[in-house]
Design a protein around this ligand. Structure first.
Ligand SMILES: Nc1ncnc2c1ncn2[C@@H]1O[C@H](COP(=O)(O)OP(=O)(O)OP(=O)(O)O)[C@@H](O)[C@H]1O
Ligand SMILES: [Mg+2]
Length: 588
């Protein structure tokens, strides 16, 4: 957990110092109160003391109480400020780190868990710092001062107090041992609950259509119940604490007074008076010590859970990102856009076998290389290696003759216009979705708008965008749910065209379009983007027929490579695909 605190900045350290100083001041003022109490007791019992003296001491006592309250108020203010800033910074750091993650790390943590970690886990830490932190500082100071003030007491009292402290400490330790593993599980169970909630949100349409609300509800209830059960078990241990504390505290007070009474009954009147006033002070401090330990219990209530949360946050922040940026920021203009796969193999992090085996091919500048093959044959996995969503596990992927791993990631991504298999749109407008992210172009505002219009036109989205009332500033809702599948796909294509990249990657992008749009779009692209190297994944022979090179994939292996005509002669699998899609006349 301490590792997390290493991330505090100077401002936060300053707040911590102020907070500590305030707590010390508060404890000192607070602990002066019993001293005044004993003075008053003595004054009352001593003949000849005046009312004035008593009132003055009483006044001081009241003043200390008020001071202590004020300081406590300030310290609460400072620590809540500290916790709020700290958690804000932590959330920022997590978000920033997750941005650098490759898909591999995201797969490993799971999206649901990353969300819990950056929200719930941080909130737990925040609560702890707001409340528990001052207690941790408070406890040793209180106990230290109290012990020094108790030094003059009778040994019987000390023995009794020590015994009580031991009892209370044992209970605290027992509870910690019992609750810790349960609190550990609690965060994992929260992850699970989040996962169902997320699934429920993203899949809402299918859930409705298949009347699966009940099934989803059962899934949710099951996980919710498990979480609740775990929580009750952990909390049950905690419930033992409070009554035990109270009881011990009462026993201690009664014990001290009994012992005191016995001692007083055996001593002279002056001795009795001293014993009585020490007893008042002693029992007061003893109660405070127990109270401190009890507050320790409150902290320990939180510590197991907070430690778990802190570790989980650290795990994210300390993850060694597999896909590391290279240093090369150069563009070699003469070779712009050549792609070469040299004996490339790839295996997903937690799977047993390669999904791509020993693939080699070259796409020269301006060429279109197409990939076709059954679902699951590894097409997406293959093209994902170019922008380094994952790194090849064997062989090399080269762009312009250099291994992709040598490039600075930003430089690499600026070379590529990538359109994913499932179009992704972000909350905003058509314009903000097309003019998205950073690229190599240096447009001013007017030029950018023209470029957006151009990209939209090439992507065959002009008609439907301009038909809308707000045109290019039509609102796009989260995930693009207010446009059709094909429209979404076309905006996503426009986004890649807008970048004016060296390389296009279209991962089955045209599948969502009707045949006519598919054809006109490809014709427009060909015309407008001559000289740009294109990798295109497709299901339809029609889409890739004109490609310079077609690779037929089967189970991650190349089973055919060549032009359409060559493959029709040489590749059985290709021929089969072709005949299922087109009649012989069409193919001829
Ligand atoms: N994130 C992942 N982790 C583990 N295995 C994966 C992952 N993504 C895909 N796979 C597996 O890799 C294999 C190839 O998948 P890939 O997505 O590359 O196929 P594809 O050819 O693009 O299929 P489709 O035409 O359906 O898009 C499949 O067997 C799939 O189960
Ligand atoms: Mg795919």
């Amino acid at each position: 957990m301490l590792k997390v605190f290493k991330r505090l900045n100077a401002h936060e350290w300053a707040l911590i110092s102020i907070s500590i100083a305030l707590v010390v001041a508060q404890v000192i003022t607070d602990l002066r109160i019993p001293g005044y109490m004993s003075t008053i007791t003595r004054l009352i019992e001593t003949e000849g003391s005046t009312m004035n003296e008593i009132l003055r001491t009483g006044g001081m006592m009241l003043l200390m109480a008020v001071l202590s309250m004020l300081v406590m108020f300030c310290s609460g203010f400072v620590s809540s400020r500290l916790s709020a800033y700290f958690s804000r910074d932590l959330r920022n750091q997590i978000f920033h780190k997750v941005q650098t993650f490759s898909l591999e790390e995201i797969d490993r943590f799971s999206t649901a868990s990353l969300i819990t970690r950056s929200t719930n886990d941080v909130a737990q830490l925040q609560n702890f710092i707001a409340g528990g932190f001052t207690m941790i500082v408070n406890m040793p100071i209180t106990v230290g001062i109290a012990l020094s003030k108790m030094a003059g007491g009778h040994w019987q009292w000390t023995v009794l107090t020590t015994a009580c402290v031991i009892i209370v400490l044992s209970v605290v330790i027992f509870v910690i041992l019992y609750a810790h593993p349960r609190f550990r599980r609690m965060q994992v169970l929260t992850d699970n609950l989040n996962a169902v909630t997320r699934e429920n949100m993203t899949g809402i349409r299918v859930i409705r259509a298949y009347n699966a609300a009940g099934y989803q509800m059962d899934k949710f209830t099951e996980r919710n119940d498990t979480l609740t059960k775990n929580q009750t078990q952990a909390q049950r241990a905690m419930t033992v604490m409070r009554p035990t504390m109270r009881f011990t505290q009462n026993i201690l007070t009664i014990g001290i007074y009994c012992i005191g009474a016995a001692i007083i009954s055996r001593s002279s009147s002056t001795e009795a008076l001293t014993t009585f006033s020490t007893m008042v002070v002693f029992s007061n401090y003893a109660a405070r010590i127990l109270f401190s330990i009890q507050s320790l219990n409150m902290i320990f209530n939180q510590i197991p859970r907070v430690t778990v949360c802190a570790n989980r946050i650290n795990e994210v922040l300390e993850t060694d990102v597999k896909v590391k940026s290279g240093t090369d920021t150069e563009n070699d203009a003469s070779k712009e856009g050549t792609i070469e796969f040299r004996n490339v193999s790839f295996r997903y992090p937690d799977s047993e076998e390669d999904v791509i085996h020993d693939i080699s091919f070259t796409a020269n500048k301006g060429e279109t290389v197409a990939f076709i093959g059954a679902t699951g044959s590894g097409k997406t996995s293959l093209v994902n290696l170019v922008p380094r969503f994952y790194d090849a596990t064997g062989g090399q992927v080269l762009i312009d003759g250099k291994d992709v791993r040598e490039y600075d990631l930003k430089t690499l991504h600026n070379k590529i216009g990538y359109t994913p298999q499932r179009a992704v749109l972000f909350t905003g407008t058509v314009y903000s979705n097309v003019n998205y992210g950073e690229n190599n172009n240096t447009y001013n505002e007017a030029e950018a708008f023209e470029a957006v219009k151009d990209a939209v036109r090439i992507a065959q989205a002009k008609d439907f965008v301009e038909e809308k009332e707000d045109g290019y500033f039509t609102f796009i809702s989260r995930g693009g749910t207010n446009v059709s599948g094909g429209q979404k796909q076309r905006i996503s294509i426009a986004r890649s065209v807008f970048r004016k990249p060296e390389i296009y990657i279209f991962d089955d992008t045209f599948g969502a379009l009707d045949y006519k749009t598919d054809r006109t779009l490809r014709a427009a692209l060909k015309e407008e983007t001559a000289g740009v190297t294109t990798l295109i994944v497709a299901q339809r022979i029609g889409t890739i027929r004109d490609a310079d090179k077609i690779l037929v994939l089967d189970d991650g292996e190349i089973v055919g490579m060549g032009t359409h005509d060559e493959l029709m002669k040489t590749c059985m699998i290709y021929r089969e695909i072709a005949y299922t899609q087109m009649s012989e006349e069409e193919l001829a």
